[in-house]
Design a protein around this ligand. Structure first.
Ligand code: SAH
Length: 286
């Protein structure tokens, strides 16, 4: 059965979401067009969708009209639904013979507890499929005009969460090692502890004037980007009343926004600086 109504994929057919299965699907960072075709195929078949706070509601318009929609949101360390309860609810739904879609923001395996949910399902004998998504730390920065890697800037990226399981600044992060080793740092869930994090990075040797971008509601029509520095990030974010969800990028990649802010250009803003790294030669020349 192919109830997805999608044009067939080259050389094959779309997978069927069978009763008793759970598909863990990444919805991407917000803009519905950033969900994958496998994700859309899942939405067209699921008879129950368990979705998170950061899933853009418009994406659910693609679901079957008769599908049950179950909100399992958790925001800012306020667990409105306990992880254990969500995982076991997924098990129950699958064991009741439903076609279950677990829809998560971004990528299910990037700071999204998708691994834990998937493990619980497997431990209970529930068959799963994982559909990756575009993570906010990559796609969200792209919408802000920030390339997460660039040959003149970085050969590595460090992805961090600003919360640990208790909601505190993660003590499992070795801030001195990050400061020394991370060329570009991309932080999820970093707003609550931004003061502690920026101070830890500066204490460990990062330059106070290192560029920082804070991208809120990335990829959505009300996306905002604040450009600041490590030393000024906290005050500037407070002055601009920056609210989560936000991705924080620390590093010279932020400078590229001066030439690559394509959403700004679409809105008619001029290019601020065609050569923000000061290379003095065209980008196509090595
Ligand atoms: N699995 C998700 C991340 C979940 S953790 C992913 O791969 O993107 C939740 C954090 O993701 C938020 O606190 C924020 O830091 C980030 N985030 C998710 N969507 C975002 C968006 N549209 N704009 C900015 N940050 C976002």
């Amino acid at each position: 059965m192919d109830s997805s109504n999608l044009p067939a994929p080259p050389g094959g057919t779309w997978p069927t979401l069978d009763p008793g299965w759970v598909w863990l699907v990444g919805a991407g960072p917000g803009d519905p067009g950033l969900m994958t075709l496998h994700g859309l195929n899942a939405l067209r078949q699921a008879d129950v969708i368990v979705y998170d706070a950061l899933v853009e509601p418009a994406i659910l318009d693609w679901a079957r009209p008769d599908a049950d929609r179950i909100y399992a949101g958790k925001r800012g360390g306020k667990p409105s639904a306990k992880q254990r309860d969500i995982s076991l609810h997924l098990v129950e739904l699958a064991q009741a013979g439903r076609r279950v879609l677990r829809l998560k923001g971004g990528d299910p395996f990037v700071f999204g507890r998708g691994g834990e949910e998937a493990q619980t399902l497997v431990q209970h004998g529930v068959p799963i499929r994982i559909v990756p998504g575009i993570s906010a730390g990559i796609g969200g920065l792209a919408y802000a005009g920030i390339p997460v890697t660039h040959r003149d800037i970085n050969q590595s990226v460090t992805f961090l969460t600003g919360h640990d399981q208790t909601g505190a600044t993660p003590t499992s992060v070795n801030w001195a090692a990050v400061s020394e080793g991370a060329q570009v740092i991309v932080m999820y869930m970093a707003m609550k502890h931004l003061a502690g994090i920026t101070a830890a990075l500066i204490d460990a040797g990062r330059a106070p004037d290192e560029p920082v971008a804070i991208v809120t509601r990335a990829t959505l029509p009300d996306q905002r980007v604040l450009e600041t520095t490590l030393a000024h990030a906290v005050d500037d974010a407070a002055a601009a009343a920056v609210d989560p969800p936000a991705i924080v990028c620390v590093g010279r990649s932020v400078l590229m926004r001066q030439v690559l802010d394509w959403t700004g250009m679409m809105a008619g803003e001029p290019v601020r600086n065609p050569d923000p790294l000061g290379r003095g030669r065209p980008a196509e020349q090595a």
